[in-house]
Design a protein around this ligand. Structure first.
Ligand SMILES: [Zn+2]
Length: 678
């Protein structure tokens, strides 16, 4: 195993922020101060040009790159690097006025006026041409500039457009998918229901406020189309960039709990995964928030199977949530280093300097409106920068996870769209978090993967609520277990196919019934106030939301229901299949049933940490590792805001923050240790 740097053009930690000097063109003293403060803050990178289109092309075809020339030159002279953005995330007013087709049409069928950002039509040939032109000029001008280390394509892609161009493109997408045969589509969508059969592809409209939404297969294919159209837009953006600067990696900044795009697919057309992380710290239990954030760090690392970039985070607070709370002292550094513990090769902030007006003037920044280095936040950023310099040897190291949780956008869309179960909140995210927590709370590294990923490297794979299973997924799961893997599935697994048609002949469908050795017959959705119980090893465990009633067909029953008319029937089973094992949890538990089950399973698999603390760690304590094959780097993190922990290690390790050889570390509230061993 060797290193794989997120940014091979700069094999060090990137520490920086989004930078918008074009907002301060009238006052160059601010520009001077920015470069002085950049060095003082221990920062080495700025992301520029993200929303700069109206400065770069103030009128159609009139380009002025002087601000960017000077910005990149100044950053280079200050010893910094630049991640250069393409400006398509927000267009100039003239462009929308002259070419209204670039403006998005909403679910109500109404075209937007010029406003806001992230709201272009992804199909518009005019918008694609204008973006390609300016990207081409940027790539020719800066693609071989030594200060530029990567491309940041657009900003936070998302949303849907239902204009005529997009509607026609959707029809073409379906024509291709169903070989031009409308009857094939009708069968795949079960449109005879309510007499909703289509006679031709030209009758198809995107699901919206006043159009067809009752055909679930159509809704699902619309979401797939939106992902494909966004991918096609990204490819259009990156074509000139790859032509003129083939050595520079390309990234897009992705988001937390992002719903609209299937990032498993989108990640195919980028080189580095990066994301914008804005957890709601102190909104409840920080340990829970840390675990949820860890899930997304793990996902972005897993997308490209290599280190990722933390593209945006706030050094203090955001301004766009209902309540905008400051991060307590210590948590800023810890939450920044959390990304590194999970495989990030950067810590970057939105934003470098607070804008003076408009939407994000109160969003946290490295430099506040006072314009100095004499703030708590600035000192905290300095400290993170100091740590990153100290830990530079860790950049490019990998995470060798032996556990994985399957997370799938298509499954989530189908599940949320289906009418049944708990109608309005299926809790897919929360359920995936709950199983990821089984590893997080034990300090065991975990990947987050697509159901179609190569699973053979994992000792255990969890498939929470995997309602949608197509032929490819079924083959993948079956092959994994047959080859010796341990698969942990739950209620609803393998219920429908890729167009949301129910599998016939018993579920889990497509042969998974044999893999799990069970037949699922009915599912009982509990009222929110209902509490039931399952019995495992003589102990009762609380159940909520779902209890599926199943019949073992060869599987061994490990736990049983303790209430109601299905008392005594299975709540947890295990089946030997091929060289592996398939576990099936029939119910949603409040935590303790899965805690108990995973304690047994992980012990049996010999999966634990380098900490001399077997089992579930004390509240808020966790550990994660990175490796280059020769050395292991262990991050021990404490997200409890009040407890101090003495953490014994299995072996002597070098404390990279003190240089000492240690056999235990002491972690104060929000404390961090970074350790190294052969
Ligand atoms: Zn459109």
């Amino acid at each position: 195993m060797t290193k794989k740097h997120a940014c091979p053009t700069y094999p060090h930690f990137l520490h920086g922020a989004d930078y918008n000097p074009e907002q301060w063109l009238h006052d160059k003293s601010i520009w001077d101060e920015d470069m002085r403060l950049l060095q003082l803050a221990n920062c080495n990178e700025l992301s520029v040009g993200i929303f700069s289109w109206s400065t770069l092309e103030p009128q159609e075809g009139q380009y002025d790159f002087s601000f960017l020339d000077e910005t990149i030159e100044r950053i280079g002279k200050a010893g910094g690097k630049v991640i250069l953005a393409t400006p398509s995330g927000a267009r100039p007013r003239w462009l929308a006025e002259k070419y209204p087709e670039v403006l998005r049409v909403g679910p109500d069928g109404v075209r937007e006026h010029f406003r806001a950002r992230h709201n272009h039509c992804p199909t518009s040939p005019v918008y694609r041409e204008k973006v390609r032109k300016i990207n081409s000029l940027l790539a020719q001008r800066y693609g071989n500039n030594d200060t530029v280390v990567a491309w940041h394509i657009s900003n936070e892609y998302g949303g849907q457009c239902r204009c005529e161009l997009c509607t026609n493109a959707f029809r073409d997408y379906l024509r291709k998918k169903f070989d031009g045969d409308i009857e094939k589509l009708n069968r795949a969508y079960w449109t005879t229901f309510w007499s909703h059969n289509y006679d031709s592809f030209d009758q198809i409209e995107p699901p919206g406020d006043h159009t067809e939404v009752a055909v679930h297969g159509l809704n699902l294919d619309w979401r797939r189309f939106v992902t494909e159209q966004t991918i096609s837009f990204i490819e259009n953006e990156t074509a000139p960039i790859r032509e003129h600067s083939p050595h520079l990696p390309v990234t897009i900044n992705m988001m937390f709990e992002f719903y609209d795009l299937d990032y498993h697919k989108v990640s195919r057309v980028i080189d580095i995964a990066s994301w914008d992380s804005y957890p709601e710290w102190h909104s409840g239990d920080d340990a829970i928030m840390a675990e949820k954030t860890a899930f997304w760090h793990d996902l972005y690392r897993s997308l490209k199977d290599r280190p990722f970039l933390l593209m945006e985070s706030t050094p203090s607070l955001v301004n766009w949530k209902p309540y905008n709370k400051l991060k307590a002292p210590g948590l800023d550094v810890l939450s920044s280093m959390q990304a590194v513990a999970h495989g990030s090769d950067s810590v970057q902030y939105f934003q470098w300097r607070k804008s003076r007006g408009s939407s994000e003037k109160f969003h946290g920044a490295v430099v506040s409106h006072d314009g100095t280095e004499h703030t708590r936040v600035f000192r905290s950023v300095q400290e993170t920068g100091r740590l990153l310099k100290q830990l530079d040897q860790i950049t490019g190291t990998l995470t060798n996870a032996k556990a994985a949780v399957i997370f799938d956008w298509e499954n989530m869309w189908a599940l949320d769209d289906c009418q049944g179960y708990a109608q309005h909140d299926k809790k897919y995210f929360d359920t995936c978090y709950a199983y990821h927590r089984q590893f997080w709370q034990r300090g065991i590294d975990c990947d987050i993967v697509s159901p179609k990923a190569d699973l053979s490297r994992y000792q255990i794979v969890v498939a929470p609520m995997l309602y949608l299973v197509d032929e490819e997924t079924a083959r993948n799961l079956e092959g994994y277990v047959r080859g010796g893997g341990n698969l942990y599935g739950t209620y609803m697994l393998g219920t429908v196919d890729e167009t949301d048609l129910c599998h016939l002949g018993g579920i889990p469908g497509l042969g998974l019934r044999q893999v799990f050795g069970i037949l699922a017959e009915e599912i009982d959705t509990l009222y929110p106030h209902d509490r039931q119980h399952a019995q495992l090893d003589g102990q009762l465990h609380e159940l909520v939301d779902y209890c599926e009633v199943i019949h073992p067909e060869g599987a061994k029953v490990l736990a049983t229901y303790d209430d109601g008319w299905y008392k005594g029937s299975p709540a947890l089973t295990v089946n030997h299949y091929g060289a592996g094992k398939a576990y099936y949890q029939t119910c949603r538990d409040s935590g303790s049933l899965a805690d108990r089950a995973f304690t047994e399973i992980l012990q049996e698999l010999g999966m634990d940490t380098l900490l001399d603390m077997p089992g579930i760690l004390p509240h808020g304590l966790t550990a994660h590792s990175r490796t280059d094959g020769e050395y292991t780097y262990l991050f021990v993190e404490n997200y409890d805001g009040t407890a101090t922990y003495e953490v014994p290690l299995k072996n002597e390790m070098t404390d990279l923050l003190t240089g000492e050889s240690v056999s235990k570390v002491t972690l104060p509230p929000y404390g961090l240790a970074v350790l190294k061993s052969k």
